[in-house]
Design a protein. Structure first.
Length: 283
């Protein structure tokens, strides 16, 4: 059972940050959909619901998403979905159910960076930044790689571009965690690719690490997808490391071709057949 010895509901992010620094055992409460499953006693629970971080603001050059915005709010935001080619909507619509998504927060998912997260993978290839009370603003990819020590995440900022993007995943059943998830996005003439549910923390490839030009040849696409295949994968009850590696190559190809509007019916059928091969799950 989860218990709180003290409960605090500050009215500003700065107040929340100060409380977090005062007590090294304090814990920030977001949507609390995963935290509530833990069996522990938390000395101080800091509830961000009173800090005014539950709005989505559109400016001339970005969408600014408060950390307490729910998955459901962002999933159903038509302008954001239109700009990002529905990658966030595609990434979250199979997560548990509507009630869950109306409580779970974007900020909680982004801050936790859990290995199974579809939210992290959907946001990584976009021009996404995160704003912290203490550390300030940093690129989301840098945060995923390095983190921010004991800080309050206030906002997720997705800058506007003419995105070409696609989210792809494979689940063993509806509402299950992804066996593997991939998101590809083209903006500013450069491809960006995220691979998650490895089942480790998501990996992000761009530039020379991905090696995919805007207009690519079949050989260049094959080489980029092979780079995704040779990331480090692990085995769990959903799939083996070898299967995940093979699936990463297939889903990366599908995501890139879909984003580039080059996925024909024949290719889709072949990729679907390859992805449906037995998984070889280890006991």
């Amino acid at each position: 059972m989860l218990k709180f010895e003290q409960y605090a509901r500050p009215t500003t992010a700065k107040e929340a940050y100060d409380l977090l620094q005062e007590n090294r055992l304090a814990t920030v409460i977001g949507g609390m959909m995963w935290l509530r499953l833990s069996d522990r006693t938390i000395p101080v629970g800091i509830d961000l619901s009173g800090c005014g971080l539950d709005q989505i603001e559109e400016t001339d050059d970005a969408f600014i998403i408060g950390a307490m915005v729910t998955l459901g709010q962002l999933e159903n935001h038509e302008a954001f979905a239109r700009m990002t080619r529905n990658v966030f909507t595609d990434g979250v619509h199979d997560i548990v159910g509507t009630q869950f998504r109306n409580l779970a927060t974007v900020g909680g998912s982004a801050y936790a960076r859990m290995g199974f997260s579809d939210i992290v993978v959907a946001l990584l290839p976009l021009d996404t930044w995160v704003e912290f009370t203490g550390a300030g603003t940093m690129r989301f990819a840098d945060f995923v790689n390095g983190g921010a020590a004991r800080d309050v995440l206030e906002r997720i900022i997705v800058k506007k571009h003419d995105y070409r993007a696609s989210f792809q995943c494979l689940r063993n059943s509806a509402t299950d965690f992804s066996t593997l998830n991939v998101c590809a996005a083209l903006w500013d003439d450069e491809w960006h690719l995220a691979v998650g549910a490895r089942p480790k923390k998501a990996k992000f490839l761009e530039g020379d690490d991905l090696g995919l030009p805007r207009e690519f040849t079949p050989d260049e696409l094959a080489a980029a997808c092979e780079r995704a295949r040779y990331l480090n994968y692990g085995t769990d009850r959903r799939a083996s490391a070898d299967y995940r590696a093979e699936l990463a190559e297939i889903l990366s190809r599908r995501a890139i071709l879909t984003a580039a509007n080059q996925l024909d019916v024949e290719s889709e059928l072949r990729l679907a057949a390859e992805a449906a091969k037995p998984k070889g799950v280890s006991a």
